[in-house]
Design a binder for this molecule. Structure first.
Ligand code: 13P
Length: 253
Protein backbone atom coordinates (compact mmCIF):
# COMPACT_ATOMS: atom_id res chain seq x y z
CA UNK A 1 0.00 0.00 0.00
CA UNK A 2 1.47 3.38 -0.93
CA UNK A 3 2.00 6.00 1.76
CA UNK A 4 -0.28 8.98 2.24
CA UNK A 5 1.70 12.18 2.70
CA UNK A 6 0.81 15.64 3.94
CA UNK A 7 3.76 17.92 3.22
CA UNK A 8 4.11 21.62 3.89
CA UNK A 9 6.20 23.90 1.72
CA UNK A 10 6.87 27.01 3.76
CA UNK A 11 8.75 28.63 0.84
CA UNK A 12 10.70 31.76 1.90
CA UNK A 13 8.58 32.52 4.94
CA UNK A 14 9.15 32.73 8.72
CA UNK A 15 12.20 33.68 10.73
CA UNK A 16 13.93 30.73 12.39
CA UNK A 17 12.20 31.48 15.73
CA UNK A 18 8.79 31.56 14.02
CA UNK A 19 9.52 28.38 12.11
CA UNK A 20 10.54 26.58 15.29
CA UNK A 21 7.33 27.74 16.96
CA UNK A 22 5.27 26.44 14.01
CA UNK A 23 7.13 23.09 13.88
CA UNK A 24 6.85 22.73 17.67
CA UNK A 25 3.13 23.42 17.71
CA UNK A 26 2.54 20.86 14.93
CA UNK A 27 4.72 18.45 16.89
CA UNK A 28 2.63 19.05 20.04
CA UNK A 29 -0.48 18.09 18.11
CA UNK A 30 1.10 14.78 17.11
CA UNK A 31 2.35 14.09 20.65
CA UNK A 32 -1.23 14.49 21.89
CA UNK A 33 -2.84 12.68 18.96
CA UNK A 34 -1.89 9.43 17.31
CA UNK A 35 -0.62 9.78 13.76
CA UNK A 36 -2.99 7.92 11.41
CA UNK A 37 -1.48 4.67 10.10
CA UNK A 38 0.36 4.88 6.79
CA UNK A 39 0.42 8.71 6.84
CA UNK A 40 3.63 10.75 6.72
CA UNK A 41 3.94 14.39 7.76
CA UNK A 42 6.71 16.43 6.15
CA UNK A 43 7.66 20.07 6.80
CA UNK A 44 9.50 21.74 3.89
CA UNK A 45 11.47 24.51 5.57
CA UNK A 46 14.12 27.03 4.46
CA UNK A 47 17.74 25.80 4.65
CA UNK A 48 18.39 28.07 7.62
CA UNK A 49 15.63 26.36 9.62
CA UNK A 50 16.48 22.70 9.00
CA UNK A 51 18.68 22.12 12.02
CA UNK A 52 16.36 23.80 14.52
CA UNK A 53 13.22 22.24 13.05
CA UNK A 54 14.72 18.73 13.04
CA UNK A 55 15.48 19.22 16.74
CA UNK A 56 11.93 20.49 17.42
CA UNK A 57 10.02 17.47 16.12
CA UNK A 58 9.70 13.78 16.86
CA UNK A 59 11.31 12.26 13.78
CA UNK A 60 9.23 9.10 14.11
CA UNK A 61 6.15 11.21 13.28
CA UNK A 62 7.37 14.30 11.40
CA UNK A 63 10.09 14.55 8.76
CA UNK A 64 11.83 17.72 7.67
CA UNK A 65 12.45 18.54 4.00
CA UNK A 66 14.65 21.09 2.28
CA UNK A 67 13.06 23.03 -0.57
CA UNK A 68 15.98 22.74 -2.99
CA UNK A 69 19.53 21.42 -3.30
CA UNK A 70 22.49 21.92 -5.58
CA UNK A 71 22.95 19.80 -8.67
CA UNK A 72 26.64 19.71 -7.77
CA UNK A 73 28.17 17.55 -5.09
CA UNK A 74 30.78 19.93 -3.68
CA UNK A 75 33.28 22.59 -4.64
CA UNK A 76 33.44 26.16 -5.86
CA UNK A 77 29.71 26.90 -6.14
CA UNK A 78 29.22 29.97 -3.98
CA UNK A 79 25.87 30.04 -2.25
CA UNK A 80 24.87 26.48 -3.17
CA UNK A 81 23.89 23.79 -0.65
CA UNK A 82 24.79 20.16 -1.37
CA UNK A 83 22.56 17.19 -0.67
CA UNK A 84 24.96 15.63 1.84
CA UNK A 85 25.01 18.91 3.81
CA UNK A 86 21.21 18.82 4.02
CA UNK A 87 21.28 15.15 4.96
CA UNK A 88 23.85 15.81 7.70
CA UNK A 89 21.31 18.07 9.45
CA UNK A 90 18.75 15.28 9.61
CA UNK A 91 16.41 16.27 6.79
CA UNK A 92 14.91 13.23 5.10
CA UNK A 93 13.34 14.77 1.98
CA UNK A 94 14.17 17.46 -0.59
CA UNK A 95 11.62 19.21 -2.80
CA UNK A 96 13.12 19.20 -6.30
CA UNK A 97 12.00 21.04 -9.43
CA UNK A 98 9.32 23.22 -7.87
CA UNK A 99 7.77 25.46 -10.55
CA UNK A 100 9.10 28.54 -8.73
CA UNK A 101 12.62 27.14 -9.19
CA UNK A 102 11.90 26.31 -12.83
CA UNK A 103 10.32 29.67 -13.67
CA UNK A 104 12.21 32.17 -11.50
CA UNK A 105 15.61 30.49 -11.31
CA UNK A 106 15.68 28.84 -14.74
CA UNK A 107 15.96 25.24 -13.58
CA UNK A 108 15.80 22.82 -16.48
CA UNK A 109 14.78 19.17 -16.50
CA UNK A 110 18.47 18.27 -16.97
CA UNK A 111 19.39 20.11 -13.77
CA UNK A 112 16.46 18.51 -11.96
CA UNK A 113 17.55 15.04 -13.15
CA UNK A 114 20.98 15.67 -11.64
CA UNK A 115 19.47 16.88 -8.37
CA UNK A 116 17.37 13.71 -8.16
CA UNK A 117 20.48 11.61 -8.77
CA UNK A 118 22.29 13.43 -5.94
CA UNK A 119 19.36 12.82 -3.59
CA UNK A 120 19.29 9.12 -4.42
CA UNK A 121 23.06 8.79 -4.04
CA UNK A 122 22.73 10.22 -0.51
CA UNK A 123 19.65 8.16 0.43
CA UNK A 124 17.45 11.22 0.82
CA UNK A 125 13.96 11.16 -0.70
CA UNK A 126 13.27 13.72 -3.44
CA UNK A 127 9.78 15.14 -3.91
CA UNK A 128 9.78 15.73 -7.66
CA UNK A 129 7.42 18.52 -8.77
CA UNK A 130 5.83 18.75 -12.19
CA UNK A 131 2.94 20.71 -13.65
CA UNK A 132 1.77 22.88 -16.51
CA UNK A 133 1.29 26.65 -16.78
CA UNK A 134 -2.07 28.35 -17.42
CA UNK A 135 -1.21 28.75 -21.12
CA UNK A 136 -0.35 25.07 -21.42
CA UNK A 137 -3.64 24.14 -19.73
CA UNK A 138 -5.53 26.46 -22.09
CA UNK A 139 -3.85 25.29 -25.29
CA UNK A 140 -4.44 21.64 -24.37
CA UNK A 141 -0.76 20.61 -24.24
CA UNK A 142 -0.77 19.88 -20.49
CA UNK A 143 -0.53 16.10 -20.70
CA UNK A 144 2.46 16.34 -23.05
CA UNK A 145 4.12 19.00 -20.88
CA UNK A 146 3.92 16.85 -17.76
CA UNK A 147 4.95 13.70 -19.65
CA UNK A 148 8.03 15.45 -21.04
CA UNK A 149 8.95 16.83 -17.60
CA UNK A 150 8.72 13.33 -16.10
CA UNK A 151 10.66 11.57 -18.85
CA UNK A 152 13.45 14.16 -18.85
CA UNK A 153 13.76 14.62 -15.11
CA UNK A 154 13.70 10.87 -14.37
CA UNK A 155 16.33 9.99 -17.01
CA UNK A 156 19.01 9.27 -14.37
CA UNK A 157 16.64 7.45 -11.99
CA UNK A 158 16.55 3.64 -12.01
CA UNK A 159 13.94 1.15 -10.79
CA UNK A 160 15.44 1.01 -7.31
CA UNK A 161 15.48 4.77 -6.83
CA UNK A 162 12.11 5.62 -8.33
CA UNK A 163 10.67 3.72 -5.36
CA UNK A 164 12.51 6.25 -3.15
CA UNK A 165 10.90 9.20 -4.93
CA UNK A 166 7.67 11.08 -4.29
CA UNK A 167 5.99 12.92 -7.18
CA UNK A 168 3.99 16.11 -6.73
CA UNK A 169 1.65 17.44 -9.42
CA UNK A 170 1.42 21.18 -9.01
CA UNK A 171 -0.38 23.01 -11.82
CA UNK A 172 1.35 26.40 -11.94
CA UNK A 173 -1.98 28.21 -12.43
CA UNK A 174 -3.21 26.85 -9.10
CA UNK A 175 -0.17 27.79 -7.00
CA UNK A 176 -0.81 30.68 -4.64
CA UNK A 177 -3.75 31.81 -6.77
CA UNK A 178 -6.63 30.44 -4.73
CA UNK A 179 -7.66 28.58 -7.92
CA UNK A 180 -7.54 24.84 -7.27
CA UNK A 181 -7.65 22.13 -9.88
CA UNK A 182 -11.04 20.48 -9.54
CA UNK A 183 -10.88 17.00 -8.00
CA UNK A 184 -11.66 15.57 -11.47
CA UNK A 185 -8.92 17.60 -13.17
CA UNK A 186 -6.40 16.60 -10.50
CA UNK A 187 -7.42 12.92 -10.56
CA UNK A 188 -7.21 12.85 -14.36
CA UNK A 189 -3.63 14.14 -14.27
CA UNK A 190 -2.56 11.94 -11.35
CA UNK A 191 -3.86 8.86 -13.18
CA UNK A 192 -1.95 9.99 -16.26
CA UNK A 193 1.26 10.53 -14.23
CA UNK A 194 0.94 7.00 -12.84
CA UNK A 195 0.52 5.70 -16.40
CA UNK A 196 3.68 7.50 -17.53
CA UNK A 197 5.64 6.11 -14.57
CA UNK A 198 4.34 2.64 -15.49
CA UNK A 199 5.57 3.18 -19.06
CA UNK A 200 9.02 4.36 -17.95
CA UNK A 201 9.34 1.71 -15.21
CA UNK A 202 6.62 -0.91 -14.52
CA UNK A 203 2.97 -0.91 -13.48
CA UNK A 204 3.93 -2.52 -10.19
CA UNK A 205 6.33 0.35 -9.47
CA UNK A 206 3.79 2.98 -10.55
CA UNK A 207 1.25 1.52 -8.15
CA UNK A 208 3.67 2.07 -5.24
CA UNK A 209 4.57 5.71 -5.93
CA UNK A 210 2.90 8.41 -3.82
CA UNK A 211 1.66 11.25 -6.02
CA UNK A 212 0.78 14.45 -4.16
CA UNK A 213 -1.39 17.32 -5.38
CA UNK A 214 -0.27 20.90 -4.77
CA UNK A 215 -1.93 24.18 -5.62
CA UNK A 216 -4.18 26.10 -3.24
CA UNK A 217 -5.01 23.10 -1.07
CA UNK A 218 -7.07 24.40 1.86
CA UNK A 219 -9.05 22.78 4.68
CA UNK A 220 -12.27 23.23 2.68
CA UNK A 221 -11.12 21.48 -0.51
CA UNK A 222 -8.74 18.85 0.91
CA UNK A 223 -11.33 16.14 1.63
CA UNK A 224 -12.59 16.05 -1.94
CA UNK A 225 -9.10 16.16 -3.46
CA UNK A 226 -7.70 13.47 -1.16
CA UNK A 227 -10.66 11.16 -1.80
CA UNK A 228 -9.56 10.70 -5.43
CA UNK A 229 -8.05 7.28 -6.23
CA UNK A 230 -4.67 8.50 -7.46
CA UNK A 231 -4.18 11.43 -5.08
CA UNK A 232 -2.02 10.25 -2.20
CA UNK A 233 -1.81 13.51 -0.29
CA UNK A 234 -0.83 17.11 -0.74
CA UNK A 235 2.06 19.53 -0.99
CA UNK A 236 0.70 22.55 0.79
CA UNK A 237 2.02 26.10 0.44
CA UNK A 238 0.18 28.99 2.11
CA UNK A 239 -2.06 26.85 4.31
CA UNK A 240 0.98 25.03 5.78
CA UNK A 241 2.03 28.25 7.52
CA UNK A 242 -1.02 28.10 9.78
CA UNK A 243 -0.93 25.24 12.24
CA UNK A 244 -4.74 24.94 12.42
CA UNK A 245 -5.12 24.79 8.63
CA UNK A 246 -2.27 22.33 8.21
CA UNK A 247 -3.76 20.03 10.87
CA UNK A 248 -7.22 20.28 9.30
CA UNK A 249 -5.71 19.31 5.94
CA UNK A 250 -3.98 16.34 7.62
CA UNK A 251 -7.33 15.34 9.11
CA UNK A 252 -8.80 15.32 5.60
CA UNK A 253 -6.52 12.50 4.49
P1 13P B 1 -0.14 27.09 -2.37
O1 13P B 1 -0.72 25.98 -1.53
O2 13P B 1 0.15 28.33 -1.59
O3 13P B 1 -0.95 27.32 -3.61
O4 13P B 1 1.30 26.56 -2.86
C1 13P B 1 1.42 25.31 -3.42
C2 13P B 1 2.86 24.99 -3.58
O5 13P B 1 3.56 25.62 -4.35
C3 13P B 1 3.41 23.92 -2.74
O6 13P B 1 4.68 23.56 -3.15
Amino acid sequence: MRSKIVAGNWKMNTLVSEGVELASSINRFFSDNKLAPNVKIILGVPFTHIDACVKSVDYTKISVAAQNCSQYEKGAYTGEVAVDMIKSLGAQYIIVGHSERRQIFGETDAIIAQKLANCHKNAIFPILCCGETADERDDGSYFDVVKNQLIASLCLTDQFNILRTVVAYEPVWAIGTGKTASPDQAQEMHKYIRKIIAEIFTQNIADQISILYGGSVKPDNAVELFSQDDIDGGLIGGASLKKEDFIKIYQAI
